[in-house]
Each structure stands twice: as structure tokens, then as C-alpha cells.
Design a protein around this ligand. Sequence first.
Ligand code: ATP
Ligand code: MG
Length: 313
Amino acid sequence: MSICRRRDSDSHRGLPYTILSRARLPVPPLRQKITDSIINEKISVVKGEFFNYNICMARVISIVNQKGGVGKTTTAINLGAYLAYLGKFVLLVDIDPQANATSSLGIDHNALERGVYHVLVEPVSFRDVIQGTHHQGYKLAPATPDLAGARVELVSLDSREFRLREKLLEVKNDYDYIIIDCPPSLDLLTLNGLIAAEEILIPVQAEYMALEGLGQLLNTINLVKENLKPDLKILGAVVTMFDKRNRLSGQVADDLRKNFPHKVFDTVIPRNVRLTEAPSYGQTILSYDSKSAGGRAYEDLAREIIGQEYFIV
Ligand code: ATP
Ligand code: MG
């Protein structure tokens, strides 16, 4: 059966004789069947992947609380890092003109030519501004100082509340999670953050008057839900800067659970100095000190959020 008996250099062009002769042998019918079925399986896997790719768009989570300094940015950057660490493709979108998320990830926002502002008010795509971070699978759409002007400039633009949502559609298929870090206000930027998201995560600082303002935030979320975004969901509230030595911290967490049953994450983020230090080195807690109490808490939060994927239809 072997066609290639001669070992002259022209006929096998340097290939070992046995390989060449096997390649020229007709494939036995059974093997052909197996080969065909493997090829078909591969095609269906590819088709399946393509199908999944189309239907599995990112979960878009906005981190919102109009109260300042409650841990929104700390939660956004570290939750994003741990989601990426756990194998998800993550995009963090910084829509706060303070650009704290951008600088916390070690990027000098003053030196950037383009950022989220340009995406919102100019014909610039998210793909033109997205940058890598020092974590695999974790990208950032940075804020630049111009973003403060967007609050005013957006007012005169068409579909001003929907700009972020529309622009995010271009990249929604590229990620498993898109996390939006909102500014401490209920302005047009935050409104864009609410409408672009499917889920809202509310960090609540465990301190005096923690629940104050929460009613106003929930009213705003309800108004958005009723008038602009019926499928908007509250993912939950997460207690931040919890100090177990302080009785008030415990009371705040209890009050929150009483007022919002089933809407408060089991994970509580402790007050932890390592979380405060990490941004000054341009690092997340994952790279700075993953064994710290803060690092372990954000990993738990990421796992809790991934765990909810199974309940999302
Ligand atoms: P803003 O409303 O100004 O955007 P924010 O809600 O994003 O603020 P952060 O910037 O995350 O809040 O946090 C405010 C300050 O509290 C920062 O200095 C941060 O390092 C610190 N901080 C946040 N979370 C913790 C924590 N769990 N333990 C200790 N410090 C924390
Ligand atoms: Mg912030």
C-alpha cells in the first residue's frame, strides 16, 4: 500500500520517511469516521462558543452612593481586581472627575490625552481609551480632569442620560464584568452610570448617619427604574470600613440588614489600613497585600457576586 518507498531526498523533502508514507496512505474508513466526528464536534464547539459569546454580555455593575468617602472607589478597584483574579474579564470605567480610580491604579490622569469624557461627548470609542492594568484580564477606561465639564456639556447633547450606555454597547461583548465607579452626587454623570448598569452596588460606611441619604438614593434608583430603565436591579449594599471593636459599626450593619432584608452582602469590608495604603503605590489590595483582612474581604465579595451569576436569567 505504501506509495512512498523510495528514500530519495526529492520525494520526501527532508520529512522522515514514515511520516510521509503515512500521510499518503488513504485513511481507513473507521478512522475517517472518527476524524469527521472530531471535526464536527470542534465545529459545534466553535459554533457554541460563538453563540455564547453573543448572548453572554458583561454584567454591568455601577457602584453608587451620593455620600462622599464611603468606599465606592476602594470597592470598585479591588472588586474589579479580584473578579479578574478569579478568571473574569473586567473593565473598570471611571466616571468620577476626581479620577480616584484611575490614579489608584497607578495611572497619571493629568498626563492622559483621552478618557471617558471624550467617549461621552466626542465621537471617540471606548476602545480608543481603554488601558491595561498590572492585572491580567483587568482593563481601565480612565477619567481625565475634563470629565468635570461633561456635567454641563452633556446637558445640550441628544440622549444625554443614555450616552454611557450607548457607548458601552461597543465593548459589552468583550468583558464578563463592567464596573462603573460613580462620583459622590446624583448628577448627570451618575444618572449615566445608573442607566448604563443592570445592577447597582451600594457601599455603606459603617458609621454614624450611615443610612442617611440612602432613602434619597433608593428614590432616585426607583425613578430611573420606573421611567428609563425598568430592568435596573439593586445588586445589594455592602458594609465598608467595619470596625469590630466599635459597637456603632455592628449597629449600622444590623440596621442595614433589618431595613434591607436579603439585599445586604454577607461579606463585610473591615476598616483596614492596607486598603488605604495600596492606592498611594498605584496598586490594588490584590497586588499590595492580598493576605490582609481587606484583601481577603474583597476576594470574598467577588466570590459572592460571581456566585449570584447562577441566579441571573
Ligand atoms: P468619593 O465619594 O470621594 O468618591 P469614595 O466613596 O469613592 O469617595 P473611597 O475613595 O473609596 O471612597 O474611600 C475614602 C477614603 O477611605 C480613602 O482614603 C480610602 O483609602 C479609605 N478607605 C476606603 N475603604 C476603606 C477601608 N475598608 N478601610 C480603611 N480605609 C478605607
Ligand atoms: Mg470615589
